[in-house]
Ligand binder design. Structure first.
Ligand SMILES: Nc1ncnc2c1ncn2[C@@H]1O[C@H](COP(=O)(O)OP(=O)(O)OP(=O)(O)O)[C@@H](O)[C@H]1O
Length: 223
């Protein structure tokens, strides 16, 4: 569970998040939606304690995000991430897995490579991977640790419709995870998410998908 209370974040005089309050319950799938520059990445970075907050509190499964314990609860896939192009998909996964574990769990390696549909391509160098394959490998690296909260910053950005569907179907196959993902594609997040957190003018309003659609339908549309 993620609980945000009175969160305010600013870059100098530019207040991007202004007294934001929000709860994401355990097992919930929530899409963070907002126009370009609304502050989606800023919100995600502040949850992860990657940027300083001006005021407020973030609790990750009841633990303040400034304490280190929260890290075992969360896996994060940034919008842009770097892999080693001369290593194969499996070698990349092995490398990143080894950063936090003294011994690689071979069964888990296979499970993850199959989950992200890269088992057949595991011995291909990642420089030969398509954008969709690279994104799935990033997802695999993120999922290896089995954290119960997944935070993804625009995980389908730049992918074709099939690539996007692939990412969403992998995430749909993880019903127990709490998921927060930012996206610009409302139609697509409907395939996965139960809730929308709409970010506008520094405030976040949370809706069920049905509520959000009815607001749009009645002309109070947000997009
Ligand atoms: N490091 C920074 N220093 C100063 N201003 C920043 C910084 N990062 C973001 N901003 C500003 O904060 C605001 C929110 O940016 P942010 O990247 O969080 O929005 P976003 O909703 O993720 O945008 P997009 O949809 O384009 O990715 C923007 O006005 C941006 O210019």
């Amino acid at each position: 569970m993620i609980r945000v209370a009175h969160l305010t974040v600013a870059y100098k005089k530019n207040k991007v998040l202004d007294d934001v309050n929000m709860v994401i319950e355990k097992g919930e799938k929530c899409a963070l939606i907002g126009r370009n520059g609304a502050g989606k990445s800023t919100f995600i970075h502040s949850l992860l304690n990657l940027i300083p907050i001006l005021s407020g509190e973030v609790l990750i499964n009841g633990v303040n995000h400034k304490r280190h314990e929260w890290k075992k609860h969360i896996a994060y896939l940034p919008e842009k991430f770097q892999l080693y192009p001369h290593l194969t998909g499996e070698e990349n996964l092995r490398f990143f897995a080894s950063l936090n574990a003294s011994k690689i769990d071979e069964k888990r390696m296979e499970e993850i490579l199959r989950l992200v549909h890269l088992w057949e391509a595991r011995n291909v160098k990642s420089k030969q991977y398509s954008k969709g394959m690279l994104q799935r490998l990033g997802l695999g690296i993120m999922l290896y640790y089995d954290a119960d909260i997944l935070i993804l910053d625009e995980p389908t950005s730049g992918l074709d419709p099939l690539g996007r569907a692939d990412i969403l179907s992998i995430l749909r196959s993880l019903p127990d995870k709490t998921i927060l993902l930012s996206s610009h594609h409302l139609d697509e997040v409907k395939q996965l998410c139960t809730h929308i957190a709409y970010l506008e003018n520094g405030k976040i309003t949370k809706y069920s998908i049905a509520e959000f659609e009815s607001i749009m339908w009645t002309g109070e549309g947000k997009e």
